[in-house]
Design a protein around this ligand. Structure first.
Ligand SMILES: NC(=O)c1ccc[n+]([C@@H]2O[C@H](COP(=O)([O-])OP(=O)(O)OC[C@H]3O[C@@H](n4cnc5c(N)ncnc54)[C@H](O)[C@@H]3O)[C@@H](O)[C@H]2O)c1
Length: 376
């Protein structure tokens, strides 16, 4: 698919994240057209149709992914529908960008990755926070060896969502897990990016509010993992929806720290163009600016001086997908990254249930058989 040839997209699931990230991201990409929309809810679909002017619409994904005039599909539905829609799209030869968490369990996510590889289509997991310029630069510095040997990975995601209703996110059958999949999955992906695969972990999940917005809540409001990485480092990951007074989204705390034999780095999503760092034996942390070449993803058509950078970094995700399709190279992050995060999530659920440490398999994957498989 060389540049210059129009790339036609279908979007399945036209709710919050499609309007916030996917449509504006695709709109910046040259020679890309959103050709078809699908949403199971007719009113949501109609709103999206009016907003975009896209005329091909359907409430069943089957009617969209089979179309010959569609090259690529973005899946932004509740988690339960990711695997079946992705497998259907792949079976019709479409490239697929799928929201996180990629599936309800590792086995399904791995099947998605392997099926996509076999079909020769591009596949990407929407771990959007990898596109924060400071995280991109931090992963570059860690890869370059500036950290030395990694001793510790630490992440803390603290938001104040109180008892408000979360819709499908509070229903186990639809979401799989609560805070673990919703927020911690991104930070598990950061851990893999910076520290490599995990070897074993012990975890806990806690539900404080069995009712949210007047509806039953089946799922965790808080999740924490204590991990050992294959490389020898340790990990501490915590995420909460109940950090009262912390606010939400990028106004709340999203903190990652890595400590190595040479130095430490601190990343905070809200400070998109800064890192803090300190040298071993040094006087403490200092702030460093992110070099301009990291302010956007390589090749991205986005102008980083336009709009709120804490919103617009997300648009580079669409560019990465489009560029990978055109260059016929693997997407970063791929379905394999999404599957690795799910292996950790499965292990965390198992650990919380059994109150035991759980070993992860070779390269941090899991062999846990899950009752929630969503692939027929
Ligand atoms: N990457 C990120 O930073 C990020 C941020 C928010 C949400 N997400 C993920 O995006 C996905 C969607 O989240 P959201 O906040 O947009 O939810 P949402 O509820 O706002 O939108 C989901 C839409 O999917 C539709 N839908 C449900 N089942 C469907 C089906 N089988 N076929 C077609 N449409 C269907 C619903 O009617 C709804 O309009 C979730 O997996 C979520 O975890 C990712």
């Amino acid at each position: 698919m060389p540049s210059g040839k129009m790339l036609n997209f279908a979007i399945v699931g036209c709710g919050g994240i499609t309007l916030q990230n996917h449509l504006p991201g695709l709109a910046l990409c040259p020679d890309v057209k959103v050709t078809a929309l699908c949403d199971a809810d007719a009113a949501t679909l109609e709103r999206a149709r009016q907003q975009t002017g896209v005329t091909i619409t359907a409430t069943r994904h089957e009617d969209i992914v089979k179309r010959d005039d569609i090259h690529a599909v973005i899946i932004a539905t509740p988690n339960i529908a990711h695997a079946p829609i992705a497998l259907d799209a792949i079976a019709h030869g479409k490239h697929v960008l799928c929201e996180k968490p990629l599936a309800l369990n590792h086995a399904d996510a791995r099947a998605m990755a392997e099926t996509a590889d076999r079909a020769g289509v591009r596949h990407m997991t929407a771990f959007t926070y990898r596109f924060v310029p400071a995280m991109h630069y931090l992963s570059h510095l860690v890869k370059r060896g500036d950290l030395g040997q990694l001793y510790h990975y630490r992440s803390c995601r603290l938001q104040d969502w109180g008892t408000r209703g979360l819709g499908w996110r509070q229903v186990k059958k639809l979401a799989g897990t609560g805070e673990l999949g919703d927020m911690l999955s991104h930070r598990i992906d950061f851990a893999h990016l910076l520290a490599g695969p995990m070897q074993r972990l012990v975890a806990n999940l806690k539900q404080w509010h069995p009712v949210r917005g007047g509806q039953p809540n089946d799922l965790d409001d808080w999740a924490a993992i204590l991990a050992e990485f294959r490389g020898g480092g340790t990990g501490v990951l915590e995420s909460s929806k109940l950090a009262s007074g912390r606010n939400e989204s990028w106004r709340s705390l999203d903190y990652v720290e890595v400590n190595g034999s040479e130095r430490s780095f601190v990343f905070i999503t809200g400070e998109w163009n800064k890192l803090q760092t300190g040298k071993v034996g040094g006087p403490g942390l200092e702030t460093i600016e992110i070099p301009r070449e990291f302010w956007k993803w390589p090749g991205s058509p986005r102008d980083p001086s336009q709009g709120d950078p804490l919103v617009t970094f997300r648009y580079d995700q669409a560019w990465e997908f489009v560029d990978a399709i055109r260059s016929q190279r693997p997407c970063v992050p791929s379905f394999h990254d999404g599957a690795r995060a799910l292996a950790v999530m499965d292990a965390a659920v198992r650990s919380a249930e059994t109150r035991q440490w759980v070993e992860l398999g070779e390269s941090g994957t899991s062999n846990i058989k899950h009752p929630t498989s969503n692939i027929e």
